[in-house]
Design a protein around this ligand. Sequence first.
Ligand code: FES
Length: 162
Amino acid sequence: MENTLAATAAVRAVLARRMDEPGALLPILHELQDTLGHIPPDAVQEIAGALNLSRAEVHGVITFYHHFRTEPAGRHVVRICRAEACQAMGADELLVHAQQRLGCAAHGTTKDGAFTLEPAFCLGLCASSPAMAIDDEPHARMTPQAFDALIHETQGLQEAKR
Ligand code: FES
């Protein structure tokens, strides 16, 4: 309940600040995603009303850009580069492996909420591809075995914090 109230307050604050900007929808969505980690479904009506758009228009923009989430991400975000250099070095196979290992599809979150899996487009490690990142920490020359080790290590750190 508290979280819902905080999210509503955040949505209203962003709208009050930006609703009169030209082309305000994308900046508003980006700011909400940065602030809340996702765009709460309840915000769609409020954004649509403030910008004089239909709910379908706002929803269409949110779903068009994979960058926007409608639910909170998992505790760790795993991003696998799918840009050209990494593709040439096996990024597709790495993504398939990651989906199997985590048990969730790209843009999905594991059932325990531990990991969200996202495709990425160039992490700046093209010369050491294929590349991935966990919580913005980049990792180069990935293999399925190295992926499993990183996930295992991250899970271990998570356990140690409990
Ligand atoms: S293409 Fe993957 S890091 Fe640049």
